[in-house]
Design a protein around this ligand. Structure first.
Ligand SMILES: Nc1ncnc2c1ncn2[C@@H]1O[C@H](COP(=O)(O)OP(=O)(O)OP(=O)(O)O)[C@@H](O)[C@H]1O
Length: 282
């Protein structure tokens, strides 16, 4: 079945690309199960720009987290290679920060100490650490919570602290695996606006996994869709809504938002997606 693109959408091939930060070349991943290899990812090729904000959608089990683990250097692909800044990326490195669905803050450390921890590991000197902790607490609006322990914070505040901890170590790319999915609807909306603001200030490359098509449309400059068995990219869409100036929650009222939402839902559900105007398909 073929899915036609909304008329307002346009291909990522058409926009002016900034320099590439991350390149995935012919990535394959298979797991050995019961004496045979199960292919999980099949020939993934992808380039992420230095300031990309990419949202990845796809059905459960299609391999999104596996791909993120490869990007993070936590998982070695069966074939293919990952390049960051034109260098082979073969293990975890300070170039890439990761924010998970659950914040992973150290429960016995204050928020300030949690943010400072990664800087200490990096060997940043004490006075510089203090300044950076203060800067990043400010950036995520947690300056008055510096002395609190994680259990004393709301879910949204904990995720903001986790984001500050990742940003403070100054990675070139931030990988986020459903970071807001455990939050209530209102906190999630606030976090989406906050993350977009952070991205506009820092222009870091963000790779963001979500199950929520609306979240992808509100945040992503670029939206990818994967299919399963084996996991592969079927849509690479330059999100036209990302050039709009109004607050993101207002985008939900636009007809274009609804057209794109329908398109992406169909693209996730259907096996065949073929629209030359929406990037590549296979
Ligand atoms: N360590 C492992 N050994 C064997 N199979 C695995 C392993 N990790 C993941 N898988 C399988 O790989 C496939 C992709 O899993 P992955 O978690 O990457 O998918 P996902 O798209 O992130 O799913 P979800 O959206 O539900 O989080 C699944 O079929 C999963 O069962």
């Amino acid at each position: 079945m073929q899915i036609s693109a909304p008329t307002t959408a346009h291909s990522s091939m058409a926009h002016n690309r900034n320099p590439t930060l991350i390149e995935l070349k012919n990535i394959r991943l298979a797991y050995s199960q019961e004496h045979h290899d199960t292919p999980i990812l099949d020939d993934i090729n992808l380039q992420l720009d230095v300031d990309d904000f990419v949202c990845l959608l796809g059905p459960s089990g299609c391999g999104k987290s596996s791909l993120l683990n490869i990007l993070a250097g936590f998982q070695t692909p069966t074939a293919g290679e990952v390049m960051i800044d034109s260098q082979p990326h073969t293990g975890p490195s300070a170039k890439v920060g990761v924010v998970f669905q659950h914040h992973n803050l150290f429960p016995w450390m204050t928020i300030a100490k949690n943010i400072e921890f990664g800087l200490k590991m990096k060997g940043v000197e004490k006075s510089e650490r203090k300044k950076l902790v203060s800067d990043y607490l400010n950036l995520v609006g947690l300056e008055s919570s510096a002395h609190l322990l994680p259990y004393q914070l709301s879910g949204g505040m904990k995720q903001r602290a986790a984001i500050a901890r990742t940003l403070a170590t100054d990675p070139q790319a931030i990988l986020m695996d459903e970071p807001f999915s455990a939050l209530d609807a209102l906190t999630r909306e606030n976090m989406q606006a906050h993350l977009l603001e952070l991205w506009q200030k820092t222009k870091k490359c963000i790779f963001f996994i979500t199950h929520d098509v609306e979240e992808a449309l509100l945040l992503g400059r670029r939206i990818l869709v994967m299919h399963a068995n084996p996991g592969r990219m079927v849509v690479d869409l330059q999100n036209p809504l990302s050039s709009y100036r109004q607050p993101i929650q207002e985008l939900k009222h636009l007809k274009e938002f609804h057209d794109l939402r329908s398109y992406l839902i169909s693209a996730i559900r259907n096996k065949e997606v073929n629209s030359p105007r929406l990037g590549w398909s296979r």
